[in-house]
Design a protein around this ligand. Structure first.
Ligand code: NAD
Length: 478
């Protein structure tokens, strides 16, 4: 029998929205579950519950709020294997990575809990005798968290943990592509004694449920991860109430490889950054600029790695590098970009077509050379296992090409020369640069894009502060 999930509102699983959205396995097309399609009235109920719960939650000492995060983290660890299986089935993630995602999510909750004793304000020197000026950091109120499908479970924690530890309450809307893990998360939260209304979950589509959440006047902050188009739409909708937005959007990460680089390391790091999650990661290396002298050797090493990629249905086969793309639209987008690149004169070295598998949205791991800056494959987010490469004359050209993008999330450089690495750090216009390692951020860093890659960021101290607002106090004493 198909599982039918219910929204989690005010500490209870609510029957009000009908379970009408089908959730399927992208590797097989099999129906997995149905989730609610929540209308504006249901969303309003969830926001009201969060609003009602917030003042008491804010009054709790942060260390007590952190205690609840730790309890949830413990629940996730107790159920780590089953949770990973759910992510494999509904998102198509390979088993090892799904397990890493669950474990990392629990660690992230603990990490954010550690901030409880470190939420500091400031004391500012006054111009007046006897006066003290304090900057307090206070919660914003009700946060709306809108999630994508690519790291659906981790993104719950990335929104919820900093929101809760700073004294906000939250309403989360998972992606309609991958909501099951979020409803299972809610079941685990319900087993703890987290006060009702602090965490609420509503299922639904972006254009209806998402819009209702973003446009609700009692939401103080919308924290969103997803595409540029949706981010832009959310900003417009939130603008009507001047609601704050925190937007983690797309990327087109360049990897620069200089002739003096350790090419084995560069090839492996770029390969890993490209096939992880079947290339559906915002910080993935999406385009390579390699100095002409190293081009042939790098392509040879990458070809070998791409040719050894194991892919298939991750719910059936363990130890794969890649699963399917998340849906038909994703597969068609990747296919169209590669076909266009071929017509534009780029050359496919390996891959370049749908995978020859009986079912599922699989695309072959694909390496493309002779790419040029004017091609869509070098400008648009691919979000699939395709790596285009362009040869360049020198570092200056590589940096200029890397910066010539509407995105500015992550970047990388491979070189054995510290001067070249530091020049890249000075001149690259990206939120993150990885030097001689794969693209992947740390929870204590700050994941924040420039340009169309977003506004604000997540993780670490800077990410935490996005969930607070300042309150300045002028205390005059005699
Ligand atoms: P998406 O924009 O299609 O959907 C994301 C979420 O927004 C879903 O929950 C969807 O229902 C909701 N939504 C859609 N329209 C809405 C609206 N009008 N109002 C409110 N909510 C709405 O994105 P996706 O396809 O799920 O995710 C892939 C994208 O996410 C890629 O572009 C990727 O680069 C980006 N991403 C960025 C980061 C980052 O940290 N920068 C991380 C992961 C993914």
């Amino acid at each position: 029998m198909t599982t039918e999930y219910k929204n989690y509102i005010d500490g209870a699983f609510s029957d009000e929205a009908k379970a009408t959205i089908d959730v399927t396995n992208p590797a097989t097309g099999a129906l997995l579950a149905r989730i609610p399609d929540s209308d504006a009235a249901v969303v309003a109920k969830a926001v009201a519950a969060a609003k009602q719960a917030q003042p008491a939650w804010e009054k709790l000492p942060p260390i007590q709020r952190a205690g609840y995060l730790r309890k949830i983290a413990a629940k996730l660890r107790d159920n780590r294997t089953e949770l990973a299986k759910i992510i494999v089935r509904e998102q198509g993630k390979v088993q090892g990575l799904a397990q890493v995602e669950v474990d990392f999510t629990a660690d992230y909750m603990d990490y954010m809990a550690e901030w409880a004793r470190r939420l500091d304000g400031e004391v500012i020197t006054s111009d007046r005798p006897g006066e003290s000026i304090y900057v307090l950091r206070k919660p914003i109120g009700v946060v709306a968290g809108i999630l994508p499908w690519n790291f659906p479970f981790f993104l719950i924690a990335r929104k919820l943990a900093p929101a809760l530890v700073t004294g906000n309450t939250i309403v989360i809307k998972p992606s309609e592509e991958t909501p099951i893990n979020a409803f299972e998360f809610a079941k685990l939260v319900a087993e703890t004694d987290l006060p009702k209304g602090v965490f609420n979950l509503v299922g639904g589509l972006g254009a209806s449920t998402g819009e209702a959440l973003v446009s609700h006047p009692d939401v103080g902050l919308v924290t969103f991860t997803g595409s540029v188009a949706t981010g832009s739409r959310i900003m417009q909708t939130a603008g009507k109430n001047l609601t704050r937005v925190n937007l983690e959007l797309g990327g087109k990460a360049p990897a620069i490889v200089l002739a003096d680089a350790d090419l084995d390391l560069a090839a492996k790091a770029i390969y890993d950054s490209r096939v992880i999650n079947t290339g559906q990661v915002c910080n993935c290396a999406e385009r390579v600029y390699v100095e002409r002298g190293a081009h042939e050797a790098l392509v040879e090493k990458l070809t070998k790695l791409f040719s050894e990629t194991r892919y298939g249905d991750p719910s059936e086969i363990a130890d794969l590098h890649m699963g399917p793309l998340v849906n038909k639209a994703g597969l068609e987008k990747v296919e169209a970009l590669v076909e266009q690149a071929k017509r534009d004169g780029a050359k496919v070295v390996i891959g370049g077509k749908r995978a020859d598998l009986p079912q599922g949205f699989h695309y072959e791991p694909t390496l493309i050379v002779d790419a040029r800056a004017d091609m869509d494959i070098m400008r648009k987010e691919i979000f699939g296992p395709v790596l285009p490469i362009q040869a360049v004359e020198n570092l200056d050209e590589a940096i200029a090409l890397a910066n010539d993008s509407e995105f500015g999330l992550t970047s990388s450089i491979f070189t054995s020369n510290i001067n070249s690495a530091m020049k890249a750090v000075r001149e690259l216009r990206f939120g993150e640069t990885y030097i001689n390692r794969e693209h992947f951020e740390a929870m204590q860093g700050f994941h924040a894009g420039r340009k169309k890659s977003g506004i604000g960021g997540a993780d670490g101290k800077h990410g935490l502060l996005e969930f607070t607002e300042t309150h300045v106090v002028y205390l005059q004493t005699s």
